[in-house]
Write a protein that binds this ligand. Structure first.
Ligand SMILES: *[C@@H]1O[C@H](CO)[C@@H](O)[C@H](O)[C@H]1NC(C)=O
Ligand SMILES: *[C@@H]1O[C@H](CO)[C@@H](O)[C@H](O)[C@H]1NC(C)=O
Ligand SMILES: *[C@@H]1O[C@H](CO)[C@@H](O)[C@H](O)[C@H]1NC(C)=O
Ligand SMILES: *[C@@H]1O[C@H](CO)[C@@H](O)[C@H](O)[C@H]1NC(C)=O
Ligand SMILES: *[C@@H]1O[C@H](CO)[C@@H](O)[C@H](O)[C@H]1NC(C)=O
Ligand SMILES: *[C@@H]1O[C@H](CO)[C@@H](O)[C@H](O)[C@H]1NC(C)=O
Ligand SMILES: *[C@@H]1O[C@H](CO)[C@@H](O)[C@H](O)[C@H]1NC(C)=O
Ligand SMILES: *[C@@H]1O[C@H](CO)[C@@H](O)[C@H](O)[C@H]1NC(C)=O
Ligand SMILES: *[C@@H]1O[C@H](CO)[C@@H](O)[C@H](O)[C@H]1NC(C)=O
Length: 496
């Protein structure tokens, strides 16, 4: 250990420009070398196509599209190189998020939950880890061996002794929970995967994430023709997916780390048939919500696999809860208390709020059928939770007794609304949710309505969680443990 920490210290001193690496106790040697290889491959692939990316961004077709979708003329006419830099800078501040349902997993599918977060290990866990710790037998779904293959063959992660069935916590721990890069700055985070999203520390994301240009589950279904019949691919294209499988390539060419992303942008665009680069530029270069999104945008994310242990609280930056899904419920209360215990900021979001689609039917394969544009630009910091976070410490004018009582009153009102509708065996309508949301946000300070970070908006990207309508940054205090990378706690084993 002594030797290791000395080497670590020297490494830090000798390259001052590099951000600190995750602590040794948080990354196995296997994970570290896999990441380093991905960084090298990613750098050479990204560099090789930089000029292609710049040509695309500077093409007259792209510039016309930018003007058409509402990007300011002064931005749309920037030299291609600067457009590319703007895009890379926005991606560097993008949230890396993981969605799951708040309620506890059922025996048939291990996954994260708020219950698991509060009572399980003090770290964000993969499905393998949750399953192993709960004595799950991996024989009840066809999916586990396939998911295992994706992780070993595509991502190059370490094999289990038995395909699709980890036997020990140690085996499970070298895998990763599935995250996604919130390229499009969606208010609700990773909403296709549940009513809660955690956003990981920005710096930890840079230092540990192995990113895939497209969702690998979707790729398995539509492109790994040996796994799925070509009939699946044909019907997928009929539903409006229309992917170009060869644009993603094979032999791990669709991977990188978050520092080298030019090829990921081009591969994602090619895979989704030349649709995503323009929409991404429109979304990130115009004011938040001004360029609305459709269902298909929600599945165009990059998948992200952090190759490290994700200890609480430092690995998680903040948490997003669904207002229609959790506000005024017991699960919502549990979520608040989890965030309070850890000192995290909790944001509520209105997110997806259309009448004919209930959230339980919202998932990857059905998303493209929702074509009604939505702004996805509603986030509210929970003042009750904020009061227990260092991020609330310079907001004393905003988090007052009055704001917490307004919030608590709204909580009770929504609780009643849920009760009444449940008694009538109907669900709360989307217009009622929109109304309750408006009543709540209108009665609170506008300083609690947060926007996601923009490139250059706040001096300390890692400490800040968002900006207010008046341009203030909401940031954790300097000593906030939640921003320290590689902190260990008593329960973390040294694991190298
Ligand atoms: C899993 O099995 C072990 C050994 O049989 C037992 O001690 C433990 O309580 C079980 N855990 C759960 C969550 O059921
Ligand atoms: C899975 O394995 C367990 C324990 O070996 C067994 O009790 C169960 O019946 C099996 N389930 C299936 C679907 O094969
Ligand atoms: C693709 O499908 C084949 C055949 O089912 C399977 O053996 C292989 O592991 C899959 N590849 C990946 C990367 O998942
Ligand atoms: C699909 O992607 C490959 C590889 O990038 C490319 O050569 C081909 O032209 C693309 N096909 C279509 C129809 O866009
Ligand atoms: C996508 O763009 C490439 C390069 O400009 C072109 O060759 C290809 O045909 C396009 N594919 C579609 C589906 O538009
Ligand atoms: C507030 O945070 C502190 C320190 O993280 C923690 O000890 C305390 O239990 C939290 N309060 C609540 C109500 O969770
Ligand atoms: C409710 O959903 C319908 C159809 O999905 C949509 O047209 C309407 O705008 C939504 N209402 C609100 C207030 O969001
Ligand atoms: C409640 O409504 C659902 C369908 O909307 C129906 O299947 C169910 O039987 C109803 N339950 C009662 C108690 O009326
Ligand atoms: C809180 O402090 C941060 C960092 O010092 C600063 O950037 C931000 O503007 C402050 N926020 C408010 C609401 O004063």
């Amino acid at each position: 250990m002594w030797l290791l920490s000395t080497v670590w210290l020297l490494a830090t001193v000798s390259c001052m420009a590099t951000p600190p690496q995750p602590g040794v106790q948080d990354q196995t040697s296997w994970q570290r070398s896999r990441f380093q290889r991905a960084e090298e491959d990613g750098m050479s692939q990204s560099t090789a196509v930089s000029s292609v990316l710049e040509q695309r961004l500077g093409s007259s077709e792209m510039r016309q599209e930018l003007l058409h979708c509402g990007v300011e003329a002064s931005v749309a006419s920037l030299p291609a190189r600067l457009l590319a830099e703007r895009l890379r800078a926005e991606i560097a501040v993008s949230e890396v998020m993981s969605g799951f349902t708040a309620s506890r997993f059922q025996a048939f599918e291990p996954s994260m939950s708020v219950h698991e977060g509060k009572r399980g290990l003090p770290q964000f866990e993969s499905q393998w880890e949750v399953g192993v710790r709960n004595n799950y037998t991996w024989n009840s779904s066809f999916w586990w061996p396939i998911m295992d293959d994706v992780e070993t063959k595509l991502y190059g992660l370490r094999h289990f002794k038995t395909r699709g069935a980890p036997e020990s916590e140690l085996e499970a721990r070298e895998r990763s929970p599935y995250f996604a890069v919130n390229l499009y700055k969606v208010d609700a985070g990773s909403l296709l995967y549940g009513d809660v999203s955690v956003v990981m520390s920005t710096r930890l994301g840079m230092d540990t994430v192995l990113a895939s240009a497209v969702d690998t589950g979707g790729w398995t279904g539509m492109c790994n023709r040996t796994e799925r019949s070509s009939a699946v691919a044909a019907s997928a294209s009929m539903w409006g997916f229309g992917v170009n499988c060869s644009a993603y390539g094979d032999k791990r060419t669709g991977l990188s780390t978050l520092r080298h992303v030019d090829h990921l942008l081009l591969q994602n665009d090619g895979y989704w048939q030349n649709k995503t680069l323009q929409r991404l530029m429109c979304r990130v270069l115009s004011p938040w919500g001004k360029f609305p999104l459709v269902g298909a945008d929600l599945i165009h994310y990059w998948e992200a696999m952090p190759l490290a242990r994700l200890p609480y609280p430092s690995a998680i930056k903040f948490v997003i809860g669904s207002f229609p899904g959790l506000f005024g419920t017991k699960s919502g209360q549990e979520l608040q208390s989890w965030c309070q215990e850890r000192g995290w900021v909790l944001m509520w979001s209105l997110g997806f709020n259309l009448e004919e689609y209930d959230m339980s039917r919202l998932q990857f394969w059905s998303a493209p059928s929702w074509t009604q544009p939505l702004a996805f630009d509603q986030r509210l910091a929970d003042p009750v939770v904020l009061a227990n976070s260092t991020a609330g410490s310079n907001m004393s004018a905003t988090i007052t007794g009055a704001s917490t009582s307004v919030f608590t009153e709204a909580w009770r009102r929504v609780q009643d609304l849920r009760l009444q509708t449940a008694r009538q065996n109907i669900s709360v309508s989307n217009s009622s949710w929109a109304l309750e949301w408006m009543k709540l946000t209108d009665s609170l300070s506008i300083e609690l309505s947060l926007e996601p970070l923009r490139a250059g908006a706040c001096s300390d990207t890692d400490a800040c969680v968002g900006t207010t309508p008046t341009g203030h940054c909401i940031c954790y205090g300097a000593k906030q443990d939640a921003m320290v990378i590689g902190t260990s706690d008593a329960s973390s084993a040294v694991f190298i």
